[in-house]
Structure formats: structure tokens, C-alpha cells
Ligand binder design. Structure first.
Ligand code: ZN
Length: 137
């Protein structure tokens, strides 16, 4: 497999949003994790009538990656498709950043459609953990 360019990975995330289950918010979100060997794992948001059980696309992708045996996530792309504003772009939530911090190096790349490229350390400089460099791969 060839390594996807950042713009290609964002497009994969956008396509993953097509599979979102979002009957309540109508916000469709897709995420795509890319490994350096070209492996890609996607996720989408999955809502629930009991709203608190809803899971974001980023965490769905991380959990799918871990289930596939992946423990280090160097790069993830996130794309939101808003029901009201096609140009709307939203940043990953704190819960997803914390989950990412378990598997992504501090300098791991987070690509946000419509916003650009960030490092995990920029978005979550002080993650929760049991050591000063908590669980960083
Ligand atoms: Zn989230």
C-alpha cells in the first residue's frame, strides 16, 4: 500500500462520514487513521437515543484500529458534514483527544477538514495519565 497524502486522507475521512449514524444531530462525521505503511482505518459517529452513549468518529476509528492490532497512531484526519453549513468545520472534542493521547505520539498529526494540520500536543498539551509522559508511544 502507498502512503496517502494528507489531502487524500481527509477525503477518506469525508467519505467515511457517509456511513455515520446521526439521526438526532444530523452532523455526519468521518475519521481516517493512516499508518506509515499505507494502512487506513476509518470511523464514523454513531449516535444513540440515549445521547450520552453516542460515540464520535475519531474514537470509533481509534477503537477499530486497536481492534485490528494497531497500537501507535501517527496520523488521523477528521471531517464534519454539517446539515446546515457545508463550510462548517469542527475540531475534535476533548474526549477524543484524550483517547488519541493513549496511542498517538505528542507530535502525531491531526488533520481537520477545513481548518488544517495540528499536532496532538497543540490541541491537548496536558493529557490525563499516570506518568509525566503518560502512555505516549
Ligand atoms: Zn469526539
Amino acid at each position: 500500500m502507498t502512503k496517502l497524502k494528507n489531502a487524500e486522507l481527509v477525503e477518506v475521512a469525508r467519505k467515511a462520514s457517509d456511513r455515520a449514524y446521526a439521526p438526532y444531530s444530523n452532523f455526519r462525521v468521518g475519521a481516517a487513521i493512516a499508518l506509515d505503511d499505507g494502512t487506513v482505518v476509518t470511523g464514523c459517529n454513531v449516535e444513540n437515543a440515549s445521547y450520552g452513549l453516542t460515540i464520535c468518529a475519531e474514537r470509533a476509528a481509534v477503537f477499530a484500529a486497536v481492534a485490528a492490532g494497531i497500537k501507535v497512531i501517527p496520523r488521523i484526519a477528521v471531517a464534519v458534514v454539517s446539515p446546515t453549513d457545508e463550510k462548517q468545520s469542527l475540531m475534535p472534542c476533548g474526549a477524543c483527544l484524550q483517547v488519541l493521547s493513549e496511542f498517538m505520539p505528542a507530535d502525531g498529526t491531526i488533520l481537520v477538514a477545513g481548518r488544517g494540520e495540528f499536532r496532538l500536543i497543540e490541541l491537548l498539551p496536558h493529557s490525563f495519565g499516570f506518568t509525566s509522559e503518560a502512555n505516549r508511544p
